[in-house]
Design a protein around this ligand. Structure first.
Ligand code: BGC
Length: 746
């Protein structure tokens, strides 16, 4: 318990459990408890000094607008994410901020989610690895992180009420692991609970979520704050393990807590514990903050933003047109309003007031001796304009190169609402069609926070560069990549499907009547597309660069088959003529299991930078979680065969290896309702049952001789088999056997 807690009155304690304003926690000056400043997050510092809001309406202090998580997620580069965290930490410290509200590690369940740009990936391992690096970076500067939004907050539609109806296995395997990994490995100062309900219970009032899972199982020792306005029942929230209600909830909240303690319905120890957690976290941060605030080098941060933007841009196609020559050639036509007015960040609470914004138009003009022509081509508000198209056709017709900037304007994608389709605006597609009537060697540069339908583009143009929402330096990064000064380093952290109807949650997104059913269960992203063998436009993990690669000599070693642990070694070679980077991915499949499992799941990855012709041997470890699924018994690894695949996307597998694990078979407890197969498969149940049958004179299990009958009977509860004909009380007979099993096990 924090020592100050005993000095506080109940009223003061209750006051500390809610914010004092939009962005600060409460203080108790008498007892030396200072307020802490909390600020969005996650891609830059959004400190509001005058008017406050959580929708990105009012201005904030200038800060670096780093690329959004859609871009940084595609870097697959924890080191870069840690550097991003350090930079954010420095900016936050300089502005006197204690906790920065991020990272957002929710899983991209559907490409329609309006807030996907704030999240890293459709894959939990990747999200967790990147989120943990980000947290380590920011916290190294004495600023706390707030990992959000815990949990199952995967849509904006009705986000403040909707119940995510999702089974526990899916939560454990898909929606929890990023949070779990960050909590276990990076000790975040705070976690922010989500607005939504989970299986009917608000996250803010969910004891199982906030206390049993987060604290008791994962060992979280920071404090949980609510999302802004997520608390409905203050007393239930505190009882569930929610420490800080944000923003200021006022006297009503304080009174409710005080009254409940006085009435004996809320134990004082629970309040004390919550206060103690808040004070302890702030103390820890303050201890670091006693050191002088680091100097913020805004130019260096701009350069980091620029590096991140190209490291996270994904080159989807390139027939050889890229890189463009900056030195010689005819004019370059830049078509599309985004070249002049970049879309580089998303709308809502993450909206940053950037120090500066680079445009591709200026950066490309500066970076070449060639003539640069610009034509906006379309209006961002989507209204048609034939004159703009004519002007663009004119600019493109006899140019040496044509680069077309397409993407989603702000109004099409934002926090607070979801998209209804994956289409680019009609005016942009019309422009592209008309340009393709003039020439086909077009380079398309995309800026959008989540995937768009590329069928009107892919296969028709010479190259597609997906930059997502690349931050304030995205314009210079685009120039770097187009001219080949830098290679686009991104790999897809989300599958690009062929069409919306192929997406796993299509029939269940966004739900209705305040409920959304996670009917696709664990089959999210590539787990769905790969297991159901659906064609996709571009697979998870995919991305081109300016060099070529090979992955060879894949070896998988299992030091001790009775332990679920393996090492995967391989040699990566840059087979091209320039330096570059590659992301090698290790997937695991469990083809024979007692439950359905995705055909492959990402279990390890590495990002390498190699010079032309250079090779490197890499070894990655797979621990027991890499083979496990969640069952009623918890994390479960079954003995048998596992398939290990090493590749450069979920569909570009360089080598497949098989291993056999001889781990002890999990033994589900036998119950009154257990089937014959479960009895026969149970190490103690089998001899008990067979012995009892022999004693009763049934020397053989007659039905076993006929394969079809045996298979039918195996699926039946033993209780039913015994009870057939009515002569025996099936349930009583099974209970006798269960007692015998219990006796034999003790
Ligand atoms: C968002 C959070 C954000 C908070 C404060 C909420 O509406 O969901 O992500 O941190 O506002 O702005």
């Amino acid at each position: 318990m924090h020592p100050t807690v005993s000095e506080l009155t109940l009223e003061e304690k209750a006051t500390l459990l809610t914010g004092a304003s939009f962005w600060s926690t409460s203080a108790v000056e008498r007892a030396g408890v200072a307020a802490a400043v909390l600020t969005d997050g996650p891609h830059g510092v959004r400190l509001q000094r005058t008017s406050s809001d959580n929708l990105g309406i009012f201005d904030s202090e200038p800060a670096t607008a780093f690329p959004t998580a859609a871009t940084t997620g595609s870097t697959w580069d924890p080191e870069l994410l840690e550097a991003l965290g350090v930079a954010l930490g420095k900016e936050a410290r300089a502005l006197g901020i204690d906790v920065l509200l991020g990272p957002g590690v929710n899983i991209k369940r559907s490409p329609l989610c309006g807030r996907n740009f704030e999240y890293f990936s459709e894959d939990p391992l990747l999200s967790g690895a990147l989120g943990a690096a980000w947290v380590r970076g920011i916290q190294s500067q004495g600023v706390g992180a707030s990992v959000k939004h815990f949990a199952a907050n995967n849509q904006e539609t009705d986000r403040m009420r909707v119940s995510a109806d999702v089974d526990e296995r899916t939560l454990r395997e898909i929606y929890f692991p990023a949070f779990e990994h960050i909590v276990r490995s990076a000790a975040p100062a705070t976690v922010m609970c989500s607005y939504n309900r989970i299986n009917g219970v608000y996250a803010s009032e969910n004891y199982w979520l906030l206390t049993e899972v987060l604290r008791d199982e994962w060992g979280f020792d920071g404090y949980v704050m609510s999302d802004w306005g997520a608390v409905h029942a203050p007393v239930d929230a505190v009882a569930a393990g929610l420490d800080l209600t944000m923003p200021a909830a006022g006297d009503r909240h304080v009174r409710a807590v005080v009254d409940a303690v006085e009435a004996g319905t809320l134990p004082l120890e629970v309040v004390d514990l919550a206060v103690s957690r808040i004070l302890s976290v702030h103390d820890r941060l303050r201890a670091r903050q006693a050191e002088a605030a680091p100097r913020v080098d805004v130019d260096a941060h701009h350069e980091l933003a620029r590096r991140l933007a190209s490291a996270g841009s994904v080159l989807l196609t390139n027939d050889g047109v890229l890189p463009l020559s900056p030195a010689s050639g005819d004019a370059i036509a830049l078509v599309g309003e985004f070249a002049r007015t970049p879309r580089y960040q998303g709308a809502g609470s993450s909206h940053i007031n950037p120090y500066r914004v680079d445009t591709a138009l200026a950066a490309i003009t500066e970076g070449t001796e060639r003539e640069v022509r610009f034509a906006p081509g379309f209006r961002l508000d989507g209204s048609p304009d034939e004159a703009l198209i004519e002007e663009a056709l004119e600019a493109a017709r006899d140019a040496g190169s044509v680069v077309v900037f397409l993407g989603l304007p702000d109004q099409d994608e934002s926090e607070g609402f979801d998209r209804e389709h994956l289409d680019l605006p009609g005016v942009q597609l019309e422009l592209l069609d008309r340009l393709l009537g003039v020439r086909s060697d077009i380079v398309v540069v995309l800026s959008n926070g989540a995937v768009v339908d590329l069928s009107p583009i892919a296969g028709r143009v010479a190259a597609i560069l997906e930059t997502w929402l690349g931050g304030q330096a995205s314009g210079s990064a685009v120039a770097d990549m187009l001219f080949g000064r830098v290679e686009p380093g991104g790999r897809l952290a989300e599958t690009i499907p062929l069409r919306l109807t192929d997406t796993p949650s299509f029939v269940n997104f966004p739900g209705g009547s305040e409920r959304v059913l996670y009917g696709e269960r664990i089959y999210v992203g590539y787990r769905w597309y790969d297991t159901t063998r659906r064609n996709v436009a571009f697979p998870f993990g995919f991305g081109l660069g300016y060099t070529t690669w090979s992955v060879d000599d894949v070896e998988v070693a299992v030091p001790d088959p009775s332990v679920a642990h393996a090492t995967v070694a391989f040699t990566v070679t840059n087979t091209g003529e320039r330096a570059g980077s590659q992301v090698v991915q290790v997937y695991v499949g469990d083809p024979v299991a007692s439950v359905d499992r995705p055909i492959r799941e990402l279990r390890a990855f590495t990002r390498l930078e190699l010079g032309a012709g250079e090779s490197r041997r890499v070894e990655l470890a797979l621990d027991d979680r890499a083979f496990a699924f969640w069952s009623a018994q918890g994390w479960t690894v079954e003995p048998g065969r596992f398939v290990i695949q090493v590749g450069t996307s979920s569909r570009d597998i360089a080598a497949t290896r098989e291993i056999d694990l001889e781990v002890p078979a999990p033994t589900p407890a036998l119950q009154t309702d257990s089937t014959l197969a479960e009895w026969l498969g149970h190490p103690i149940g089998n001899p008990v049952l067979t012995g009892a049958l022999e004693q009763a004179g049934a020397t053989t299990l007659q039905f076993v001789e006929d394969d079809t009958v045996r298979r039918m009977m195996e699926q039946m509860p033993l209780r039913v088999i015994f009870g057939f004909g009515g002569a025996t009380d099936g349930e009583a007979a099974v209970k006798d056997l269960l007692r015998a099993v219990e006796h034999a096990s003790s």
